[in-house]
Design a protein around this ligand. Structure first.
Ligand SMILES: Cc1ncc(C[n+]2csc(CCOP(=O)(O)OP(=O)(O)O)c2C)c(N)n1
Ligand code: SF4
Length: 291
């Protein structure tokens, strides 16, 4: 969203910490992402009373508890739907969803395409650790087949999905990726996402030190490659080609960014078109739907 209305405070990153103690396992990548969020909020000067932090269920979905802002800890997989409603009701707030690959792409997978194609003005930070951490290590949609987890003791039977290709395909207007071990890169991409007017998706690889023993810090360091200088972020084809990992490396940085009307812009345009027209009467529409 435009942060002009939100540039109201001067707070250090640590001042965005709430009173709630962070309870993740030692070495969990989620710490790095949380610190990057604090840093992004501080650098943008976001007023905590102008921010709505929303999540579903998971270790990553605990994030709103740790941030000084308004917050909703909702149902597993439903953060995006709740955030869409919150954004329509209060377009003046900075709406941020934080959650895991299980929350976003398993149970919540039905919502992801719609937030993207509707261009809901929000930031979605997905903590991608390739596993269900909170429920003690089940295989997720981004798990590699080599992962031996409780539900896949002999490895997985299918191929992982790619969140980058998915989001680009469904029309997200800001698509970026990083690794929790690169806090400055993460903070810059999250800052860009908050400032972006439209649906901004940031995929951040995050090691689960307790249950995913193959996607380690070393694995992610080796996997990631900075997006080449000169990449045109408005070129969807070029973004998709990078996301396809032609040389086996996952792109790190901003893949894609374009300006398009948001869901609220489109709704306002409809109201402008039909508002004041004698046939436009919201109470009549509500009456039609009464039993
Ligand atoms: C309706 C429902 N189904 C299943 C669960 C159990 N559950 C809680 S969190 C979770 C997945 C967590 O994984 P992820 O979203 O990737 O986050 P992480 O814990 O890895 O950060 C599941 C399956 C639930 N809470 N509610
Ligand atoms: S179980 Fe995994 S994701 Fe959850 S806090 Fe521990 S290391 Fe992090």
């Amino acid at each position: 969203m435009s942060t002009a209305a939100l540039h109201q405070v001067q707070m250090k990153p640590k001042e965005y910490k709430s009173e709630v103690p962070v309870v993740w396992c030692p070495g969990c990548g989620h710490f790095g992402i949380l610190n990057s969020i604090y840093r992004a909020l501080s650098e943008l000067g976001i007023d905590p009373t102008k921010m709505m932090s929303i999540s579903g269920i998971g270790c990553s979905s605990r994030t709103p508890y740790f941030i000084k802002s308004y917050k909703m800890h909702t149902l597993h997989g439903r953060a995006g739907a709740v955030a869409t409603g919150a954004q329509i009701a209060r377009p003046d707030l900075a709406v941020m969803v934080t959650g895991g690959d299980g929350d976003g792409f398993s149970i919540g997978g039905g919502h992801m395409p719609h937030m993207a194609r509707k261009n809901v003005d929000m930031t979605y930070v997905l903590y991608d650790n390739g596993i269900y951490g909170l429920t003690k290590g089940q295989y997720s949609p981004t798990s590699r087949p080599e992962l031996k987890a409780y539900t896949t003791p002999y490895g997985g039977p299918d191929q992982p999905m790619d969140p980058m290709l998915y989001m680009l395909t469904y029309g997200a207007t800001y698509v970026a990726q990083a690794f929790a071990g690169k806090p400055k890169v993460c903070a810059d991409l999250i800052k860009g996402a908050i400032e972006h007017k439209g649906f901004a998706y940031v995929n951040i690889f995050s090691q689960c030190t307790s249950f995913n023993h193959i996607d380690t810090v070393e694995f992610y360091r080796d996997l990631m490659e900075e997006i080449p200088a000169g990449h045109d972020v408005a070129d969807l084809g070029a973004a998709m080609e990078l996301a396809r990992r032609p040389h086996g490396k996952a792109p790190m940085g901003l893949l894609y960014q374009v300006k398009k009307p948001t869901l609220v812009d489109q709704l306002e345009a409809i109201v402008k078109k039909v508002g004041g027209h004698p046939d436009y009467d919201l109470s009549k529409i509500v009456d039609i739907s009464r039993p």
